[in-house]
Structures are given as structure tokens and as C-alpha cells.
Design a protein around this ligand. Sequence first.
Ligand SMILES: [Fe+2]
Ligand SMILES: [Fe+2]
Length: 209
Amino acid sequence: MKYYKSQLGSNRTRMKKTPIDRVDLESILQPETALERRLIQDPEFRRGLGWGIPRFGHPEGEVYKHIREVLDNIDRFDISADEREKLRLITFVHDTFKHLEDKSYPRDWSKHHGVYARRFLERHYDDPVVLRIVELHDEAYYAWRHKHLYHQHWEGTERLRRLLDAMGDDIQLYYLFFKADTQTGDKNQAPLKWFEMVVKDIEVVPSVW
Ligand SMILES: [Fe+2]
Ligand SMILES: [Fe+2]
């Protein structure tokens, strides 16, 4: 927490024009609520939106372009206005603090971008389910990765169990976000297919692709 606050503080005092200031985020992301609008005007948030170069999984590069793809996927779901509003907000925030992330080994999960995103959103929004999905949005992928890339079956099972325990009855909303987020860029679809197969409490929806 301390690390995060000092990062934000130092960035704010050193605020200067960056390439993201030349991007018309209003037109691209088309905010629909006062909160979405406030987020894309926040200097620290904008810094995160502009972070990223083309890389495996994310050929689009910057975070704001990934957000656009996820938002488009959400519009293909047959869901309520309330679910849509929540999924959109999760989308805006979930990857926007990757620029603060510490990926050194051994991994400190308290410095994952989902944790930073949750802490940022807590200042603006208090729905516990939305905050939990923001924080845990990559956990389904990590559970799959333990099992199928690292062949650590016990760790994968445990990680999935912890995620399912944390989400409880709200696992469907988590799943919808995971689906919209995974069907982007050139991401591997195997984690999504695995999740749809092993998690019994979700209602699988048609692929957006
Ligand atoms: Fe993420
Ligand atoms: Fe994402």
C-alpha cells in the first residue's frame, strides 16, 4: 500500500505531457457514465492507458486499445444494463496499472496490477463484487498456467479453489469478464476453454469471436 501511494504521489508531482495526451480517449473509449469519464481524465489513469508496446498476447500495444477490444466483446453479450455497467467499469480499470507492476522473481502478488487497480478503484467505487473481480481478474489464467504450462497440478487446483471461494455466487460475472478479456489480441484460448469445462457453476455463453 505504501509503495503504491508513493508511486502515485511522485508521478503526480512530475506530471508532464505524454503521448497519451495526443490520443482522443473520449472518442475511442466512449465513456458512458460520470465515473468512466472521470477515470479517463485522471492523470495517473491516463499514464496507465498509454502504457504498452506490441507483445505476445497484446499485438495492439497500449492498454487503451486492449480496453476497446474488451468493451466491444461486452457489447456482444446478452446481459442486463447493470451487468454491462459493472463489466465496463472492470474493463476500464483491470489492466490500467500494469505500468506499476513488479514482475521480479519470486513474484510478490501484492504488487500485481490487479491489486493496484483495485486500490485505485476503491477511491471511486465500493461495489465489493466489482472490486473483487478487478483484483482477481487474472487468477483463472494463473490457475490454468500452473496446471498446463508448469505441470503443477496441486497448485493449479488450489489456486482455482481459492478463486471460486472468493467469488462465490458471483462467479458468472467473473466468467463473463474473463471471456471478454481473453477473446482479444492473439491470446491463447486454452485457459478459457479449460475454465468453461471445469467450473460447474457457470452458464457458458457463446464465444464472441
Ligand atoms: Fe491483467
Ligand atoms: Fe486484460
